[in-house]
Design a protein around this ligand. Structure first.
Ligand code: CA
Length: 228
């Protein structure tokens, strides 16, 4: 089961909080709540949500400062809710690290669309994040691989294969999964393709390709990438 995205709702007005909570739950989100800036920061530390909805007018802290504080340690999306028509306040919030803002009063549909968009952007960003597995670094956007400080030249197919294993670091990826994702569903049974390419990868990434310690075989099942 896919876990429901967690939305942290930071809002001091009870009525507004109730309305938003009901709306978010009806869209399938899990909702955590905070009434103050301090509570919001503590909740993010305790359990980072997938997105933060942040009212700028809070009793204890300026919402802009809350956004800045969250942004110091977290890349999660922050959508600012502002009752103020004050454009300056919204600009300051964006400068402090907020990703988007909605001006109150807003239509529920509009806010939900912003939340969905923020989650989509976040999942795309997360997918392309550089992966570090021990001394191996895989950069999906640049399509580059480094072993320590040395760049390793890989063919596009070798790169795809390594990237899949890197995304599942430590876990076994089955022959079938690797074949389907790299060569397509029509080649799901062509295990010999994998043997050829894994051999090439090992020659590039293992100290002793005959005794692999990084790209390890799970006999009859698949392969896994182990941090070195
Ligand atoms: Ca408020």
């Amino acid at each position: 089961m896919i876990p429901r995205p967690l939305v942290l709702l930071v809002e001091d007005e009870l009525v507004m909080r109730r309305v938003l909570q009901v709306a978010l739950r009806s869209q399938g989100y899990a909702v955590a709540e905070a009434e103050t800036g301090a509570q919001a920061i503590a909740r993010v530390e305790a359990e980072p949500p997938d997105v933060v909805l942040l009212d700028l007018g809070l009793p204890d802290m300026d919402g802009v400062a809350v956004a800045g504080s969250i942004r110091l340690d977290h890349e999660l999306p922050i959508i600012v809710l502002s009752a103020r028509s004050d454009e300056q306040q919204q600009i300051r919030a964006l400068d402090a690290g907020a990703n988007d803002y909605v001006t109150k009063p807003f239509r529920e549909g509009e806010l939900m669309a912003r939340v969905r968009a923020a989650l989509r952007r976040e999942s795309r960003r997360a997918e392309r994040r550089d992966l570090v597995i021990g001394d191996l670094r895989v950069e999906p956007l640049a399509r580059r691989v480094f072993l320590g400080d040395e760049e390793v030249a890989l063919t596009p197919t070798e790169f795809k294969l390594l990237y899949l294993l890197a995304q599942e670091r430590g876990r076994v990826v089955t022959h079938r999964q690797l074949l389907q994702d790299v060569w397509g569903p029509a080649h799901a049974d062509e295990v010999q393709y994998l043997r050829v390419y894994m051999k090439q990868l090992r020659h590039k990434l293992e100290e002793d390709p005959a005794r692999p310690k990084r790209l390890v075989t799970a006999l009859g099942v698949g392969y896994r990438l182990i941090p070195r």
